[in-house]
Design a protein around this ligand. Structure first.
Ligand code: MN
Length: 202
């Protein structure tokens, strides 16, 4: 098996305790080493089943496979983006540069954006993500909710920032208090990274 044609779990771009007190080391280890890893392993198992079926010339069930493959690969991708759009806590953590201009232009102010994005995150039903996207057709930053890891994705709206609101992301530290988790998230947004993602699209 050519390892270059499989997924691999990226290391966190900081230490496991670097996001304290927003995330404990236990919460971050569980989320990265167990949950994120499960999507990587799940995606690779599916790819290997494709290779095997083609080699043996046996049938594949694309009715099931298509969904499972998208679920696991998108889960891997969103988690990688999540780790990279976080950084150690800062007080008065705010966007700068192009992303600040884009947010002000669309929402009127950062506070207004934060309020709307917080609502999208708190009100995501079941397991999913609150996501800031950039609409290539209109040049507007648009909030959306991704159900699970893959439902609602729009090919014309690349992702600028993600917030994991699956219970596995916060339950060790916050139990069922998702609102408190989302409030603390704002202290660890890596705005430089979010800005880079936007600038790559302009
Ligand atoms: Mn997660």
């Amino acid at each position: 098996m050519d390892k270059n044609r499989l997924y691999s779990l990226p290391d966190l771009p900081y230490a496991y305790d670097a996001l304290k007190p927003v995330f404990s080391e236990e919460q971050l280890r569980l989320h990265h080493d167990k949950h994120h890893a499960a999507y990587v392993n799940g995606a690779n198992a599916l790819l290997e089943s494709l290779d095997k079926a083609r080699k043996d010339n046996t049938d594949l069930d694309w009715g099931t496979l298509a969904k499972q493959l998208t679920y696991n690969t998108a889960g891997n991708r969103l988690h990688s983006m999540f780790w990279n759009n976080l950084s150690p806590p800062k007080t008065a953590n705010k966007p700068t540069a192009k992303i600040a201009e884009a947010i002000d232009g669309e929402f009127g102010s950062f506070d207004r954006f934060r309020k709307e994005f917080t609502q999208a995150a708190v009100k995501t039903e079941g397991s999913g993500w609150a996501v800031l996207t950039y609409c290539l057709d209109t040049g507007r930053p648009i909030i959306m909710q991704v159900e699970k890891h893959h439902v609602n994705v729009n090919p014309r709206r690349p992702v600028l920032m993600v917030l994991d609101v699956w219970e596995h992301a916060y339950y060790v530290d916050y139990k069922n208090d998702r609102a408190k988790y989302v409030e603390n998230f704002w202290n660890i947004v890596n705005w430089d990274e979010v800005n880079k993602r936007l600038e790559a699209l302009l």
